[in-house]
Design a protein around this ligand. Sequence first.
Ligand code: ATP
Ligand code: MG
Length: 395
Amino acid sequence: MLWSKYFIPTLKEVPAGTEAVSHQLLLRAGLVHMLTSGVYSYLPLGWKVLKRIEMIIREEMDAAGAHELLMPAIQPMDLWQQTGRDKALEEVMIRFKNKKGQSMCLGPTHEEIITDLVKSFVQSYRQLPVTLYQIQAKFRDETRPRFGVVRACEFIMKDAYSFDINIEGLQKNYDAMYGAYCRIFSRCGLKPIIAEADTGAMGGRVSHEFLVPAAIGEDKAKDESGVERQCIEVGHIFQLGTKYSESLGALFLDEQGKQNPIIMGCYGIGVSRLIATIIEVHNDEKGICWPQEIAPFTIEILPLQVKDEEVMRVARSYYDELTKRHIDVLMDDRDESAGRKFNDADLIGIPFRITIGKRGLTEGNVEIKIRASNAVEVVSRDSALERLSALVAGE
Ligand code: ATP
Ligand code: MG
């Protein structure tokens, strides 16, 4: 991708009214744009990171045996009345009447919807167990939208639901999801504290929260050394039991021909909250330092003098060769000052940067910078590609 042809509206100044570092960097690096309080657009760079996170989630969910589907955001209120959660979630629900006068809402979560869906298809123990998930926008009229996408009114969640014939089955699915969550967060460069939690408005028996230590965290948890830390909740898993299947009549016939309520679990990840959390953890005074697996690009090529033929010839040769090797490259081909380009590069935080300048080239050298450590290496222009490949491969 060429920067001049792309859409990265970076900002020099810290936007007014922003407290969280992640919020400031999300805006300054041109990742998101606020439409109104708690409601955000994802700009191309932010959308790219979001898609990388979603890809990791999909890989781990699929590997754990869950199947992806997509449910509607528009939901009839009568399903919510059947479980009593029209009251429990009254504060955050965005409700409206359709033209026929039917009470509707925009889904704040999907337990009722999926239970109703599974009820229409599953009759027998032979059709169970099954785990289904989706990645979708959720709507909650939060009293205090805060810290940018950390607490938003429209946000992206991964929600999964398991359906079993007995507690042993539920435990097995719960353990599989627990393991998948550990892998997902680790691949996102996070080390959450896992804490037993309240089941709250969700109901049910056992539940665990995945909490990432960060200054702006609104939850508290003790880390491995027993120190209490402010944390951001990035995921929450529940053994629901039969609360939803009983009130909505999602039953199955067991081997003896007896009817029982399906035993459920539910598993949520705040996908858009994850972007902010990753930035809270991976930043320095100059900007974002993306972990490689979720970075919007892997390498940034930075030619200093875009009007110099030799500089651009070398830059383009790297660009073509890296692209051929299926490495996602961004080339800052803008005719801007070196200072501006360096600052923007540090701000958007691509893991590896290669700088090509007239002076270096006269000695046959280019410069590689590793964003996470800010380490700089001067290498010969002929060995640069091999060095970059090794860095990308984690060597
Ligand atoms: P919180 O306690 O932070 O309000 P919750 O317990 O209501 O969250 P869940 O219903 O468990 O949230 O939703 C699953 C995940 O979705 C949460 O772990 C969190 O990461 C994310 N999430 C919840 N509310 C929001 C929000 N308003 N904006 C962004 N992400 C959210
Ligand atoms: Mg929760």
